[in-house]
Design a protein around this ligand. Structure first.
Ligand SMILES: O=C(CO)[C@@H](O)[C@H](O)COP(=O)(O)O
Length: 228
């Protein structure tokens, strides 16, 4: 799959969300950070804002739920118009049932891992998912430095995906920028969330195009793409 870019609205101006969503039309997804001040120490937005955003943009919404009780809430984000819903495995009670429910309701099912959560215990769950998100910062805030100690986990996850012959997308989120996106692509990521690198730029749409170009160039040279 060609690399995809998903600008994170956490770095956008929340008073102008519709305009900010339009400013990145041309991106593959709009990444919507849902935080409840329990799973992470920050509070953002909920179902009604996602419903409004879905009406305001043609870009599909990639909702990242950094919340407790995702089993209860995730289906409501599908109903609100999300094209992809990511829950955290650390918060989910029944991740397989939840992934199946998200898919049955018509969205892509995605599972996220905090930096300290290993992938190996979840190998058998991968066929239930459309995307796996490896956090490359501690979730909660935009603008943090990329954790390069996550690169081996990205590589191991890409190997598992290839070994099982899965179509699973591998997303990275946190500190992804012009300085780090190539390392992520080389390690095996193919969906890139970028907040400050897009909304902090003078031309967010151009920042998306530039990140995509870098990711495409790095992916075309990456061994994971050619060795399998
Ligand atoms: O989920 C999160 C933070 O928890 C991210 O989506 C950030 O919003 C990404 O922001 P940058 O690190 O790219 O500035």
């Amino acid at each position: 799959m060609a690399p995809q870019i998903s600008p994170s609205i956490l770095s956008a101006d929340f008073a102008r969300l519709a305009e900010e969503a339009k400013a990145v039309e041309g991106a593959d997804w709009l990444h919507v950070d849902v935080m409840d001040n329990h799973f992470v120490p920050n509070l953002t937005l909920g179902v009604p804002v996602v419903e409004s955003l879905a009406r305001a943009t043609d870009t599909p919404l990639d909702c990242h739920l950094m919340i407790e009780e995702p089993d209860r809430w995730a289906p409501q984000y599908v109903e609100a118009g999300a094209g992809s819903v990511t829950f955290h495995v650390e918060a989910a009670t029944a991740p397989v049932r939840l992934a199946r429910e998200i898919r049955a309701k018509g969205a892509r099912a995605s599972m996220a891992l905090r930096p300290a959560t290993p992938i190996e215990p979840y190998e058998d769950l991968l066929p239930e998912l459309d995307m796996l998100l490896i956090m490359t910062v501690e979730p909660g805030f935009g603008g943090q430095a990329f954790l390069d100690i996550m690169l081996p986990k990205i590589r191991r996850t890409r190997e598992l995906i290839s070994r099982h012959g899965l179509e699973l997308w591998l997303q990275v989120d946190g500190g992804v920028s012009a300085s780090t996106i190539e390392q992520c692509a080389d390690a095996g990521a193919d969906v890139f969330v970028a907040g400050s690198a897009v909304y902090g730029a003078s031309d967010p749409a151009e920042a998306v195009r530039a990140l995509r170009k870098q990711a495409e160039a790095a992916t075309s040279k990456a061994s994971w793409l050619h060795d399998h």
